[in-house]
Write a protein that binds this ligand. Structure first.
Ligand code: ADP
Length: 242
């Protein structure tokens, strides 16, 4: 078998496994996660589970390790010890192209700042992860327009980010996270930069995605309203879940 065809068959097995294990109750499972920066221990042995269709909020004081945990769950950082499984795939064992493909197909990210590309329209920004997943322009735009409809932003499709309000920009960023139908969306303070009306609209969108599509979310937040409407609230203190 050539190196390329071996990589391709690994890729197919990997992508297949994420569907085979869809019926597991815990779709995300982290065990014994430890992480230090230099001599400073940041995560000290975190266990964490999320079921499909749950909204889980991670709360806790600044510096508790919430973002570090979220980055590890999302494969943006590697733990020093412990395991993370997403739909039965041990994701911290992946690297290189396999990891990039897995992340692109399975994980959606939303950050406090929208990080939309200013020179592209709302529609084009939403389509970017779909193009990376090698979807056709037609497929990508069809899905992006569906998401714009769900968000009530269809008429904004051709607008550039600087022609949108802060709330609209953040909803476009959420649509971008959803365009590849990820098994999980990881969000770091998604409403941290929004006024209360826009924050509520964003939270209601998360709830409707959970209720209508069983979309799963893990959200780092300081927003009490969002924590209250979550299915599970996890509190972190000094690198541990308490
Ligand atoms: P939280 O999200 O709960 O505010 P973080 O996970 O962002 O906490 O950070 C936890 C601690 O880890 C903080 O003291 C922070 O300064 C430190 N930290 C985070 N990332 C790095 C890094 N790349 N290098 C060194 N220290 C870091």
């Amino acid at each position: 078998m050539t190196k390329q065809s071996h990589t391709n068959s690994n890729l197919i097995m990997l992508l297949h496994s994420s569907y085979v294990f869809c019926s597991f109750a815990s779709m995300l499972k982290a065990r014994g996660i430890k992480k230090s920066y230099g001599n400073l221990p940041i995560l000290k042995g975190v266990d964490f589970e999320v079921a499909k269709g749950e909204i889980v909020s991670i709360i806790g004081a600044s510096g508790a390790g919430k973002s570090t945990l979220l980055h590890i769950l999302g494969t943006l950082d590697k733990p020093d010890a412990g395991t993370v499984e997403l739909n039965g795939t041990e994701i911290n064992r992946l690297s290189g192209e396999l990891l990039s493909v897995f992340r692109n197909r399975n994980i959606g990210f939303v950050f406090q700042f929208h990080h939309l590309l200013p020179e592209f329209s709302a529609l084009e920004n939403i389509c970017i992860p779909a193009f990376i997943a090698k979807k056709t322009k037609k497929q990508a735009e069809l899905k992006a327009m569906e998401l714009l409809d769900l968000l009530g932003l269809r008429e904004r499709a051709q607008h550039k980010p600087n022609e949108l309000s802060g709330g609209e920009q953040q909803r476009i960023a959420v649509a971008r996270a959803l365009v590849n139908d990820p098994v999980i969306v990881l969000a770091d303070e998604p409403s941290g930069n929004l006024d209360s009306a826009n924050a509520t609209a964003l939270h209601e969108f998360f709830i409707s995605l959970r209720d209508n599509f069983k979309q799963t979310f893990v959200i780092v937040t300081h927003n009490e309203e969002l924590a209250k409407i979550s299915d599970q609230v996890v509190t972190m203190k000094d690198g541990l879940i308490i």
